[in-house]
Design a protein around this ligand. Structure first.
Ligand SMILES: [Zn+2]
Length: 377
């Protein structure tokens, strides 16, 4: 009741200032009934805690594109069986909305497959895509498209990717798809039969792809894991633009795209400050491109988060902006909350403190997937 009275006074006050009642009502109702997003771009910085973001920002001249986001929240990363999550359990939480055991890919605590938001998007007619700077069968992208009891089952995850309805994927791990597989059976001819244009160039820079006659795109950026940004990898921002434009080419349908900055985590595991900052800055360049796309498009929700923090990374005394003295409490992940940034329709859902599984529910709500279908009389 108190809220209603406050709302009425707000209406009166703002009407007097020239703001329309309709606008105020829309704002007041926005969290319960958000303006729907047509497209969602979810970007996960693996192992990107607040320390990593801060170090990347200072190392980049005290600036990141992340500062352009109006909505900031925090998410709790623990998994079903461990306060310290691994990437598989946290990616499954974000992709499928369930807390599961560490190492699980798209399955619940009882190893039962759970539909991901990407798979639901496919069913609802949206275009879908995955990009990573690890192999494309690594835990984070895998949880959106695969259902396996253990994250290390890379060749099974590759088969799941083949059997899915995904429209685009870009990342490393060609060896899990070609005749280097243990069964020596290449999946590439099958990918091509499904309508994929397959590029297996192992160049670290993404070559231009002629998308005009491309129905689906599979781009392998390396045979195994891609190299770090600091040693020449330079495809993430470009791949993000290619993917957003490609998936948006059927404008009526909308799309769901997940982009992972995979190697921020590897810098944390290596306790290597420069590895962390160079990977954060590279990921942030891709963030800037996607934010520019969303600002122009006006129907795209962009969400940036991490799956967990890695390294217990801190910026120690004697640091300067151009010389971060990083310190670490661990060579593994930690249990600290990680930030969430959001822009676009539905972004207001992402402020506050919540579980990692809530990101799944908030994305569904923003896309209108939680609404019952309208039955015409
Ligand atoms: Zn991770």
């Amino acid at each position: 009741m108190g809220n209603k009275i406050a709302a009425i006074w707000l209406l009166i006050g703002l009407s007097a200032c020239g703001t329309t009642n309709q606008q105020v009502v829309a704002n007041l109702q926005s969290v319960d009934n958000p303006v729907l997003a047509k497209n969602v771009i979810l970007m996960i910085g693996d192992g990107m805690g607040l320390g990593q973001i801060t170090a990347g920002m200072y190392a980049n001249g005290n600036h990141l594109n992340l500062e352009r986001f109006p909505i900031v929240g925090l998410q709790k990363t623990y998994s079903y069986n461990n306060l310290i999550t691994d990437s598989a359990a946290s990616a499954t939480a974000i992709a499928c909305g369930v807390k599961t055991y560490n190492a699980a890919i798209g399955v619940n605590k009882d190893t039962v497959p759970v539909q991901s938001i990407l798979e639901e998007a496919e069913i609802k007619g949206l275009k879908t895509g995955l990009i990573a700077t690890s192999t494309i069968v690594h835990a984070t992208p895998a949880a959106f498209i695969s259902h396996q009891p253990m994250r290390s089952m890379y060749e099974f995850i590759a088969q799941d990717l083949l059997d899915s309805g995904i429209d685009l994927f870009i990342g490393g791990g060609y060896k899990f798809f070609n005749e280097q597989r243990h069964d020596e059976k290449s999946l590439i001819p099958k990918l091509e039969r499904k309508g994929f244009t397959v590029s297996s160039l192992t160049h670290e820079e993404l070559e231009d792809v002629n998308l005009a006659n491309t129905k689906k795109l599979a781009y392998f950026t390396s045979n195994d894991s891609p190299i770090p940004e600091a040693t020449g990898r330079d495809y993430l921002p470009k791949a993000s633009i290619i993917a957003a434009n490609f998936l948006n080419s059927h404008k009526k349908q909308g799309f769901f795209l997940m982009i992972e900055g995979s190697q921020i985590d590897w810098g944390g595991h290596a306790n290597d400050t420069k590895y962390i900052t160079s990977e954060v800055i590279d990921f942030d360049k891709a963030i800037g491109k996607m934010l520019d796309f969303a600002k122009k498009d006006k129907e795209t929700l962009v969400i940036i988060t991490a799956d967990h923090e890695t390294g217990g990374f801190a910026i120690n005394p004697k640091s300067r902006m151009d010389s971060i003295q990083g310190a670490f409490t661990s060579s593994y992940h930690t249990g600290t909350m990680v930030p969430v940034f959001a822009y676009g329709p539905g972004s207001e859902l992402f402020s506050g403190i919540y579980e990692n599984t809530d990101i799944y529910h908030k994305m569904r709500k923003a896309l209108g997937f939680d609404r019952a279908p309208v039955v015409s009389q």
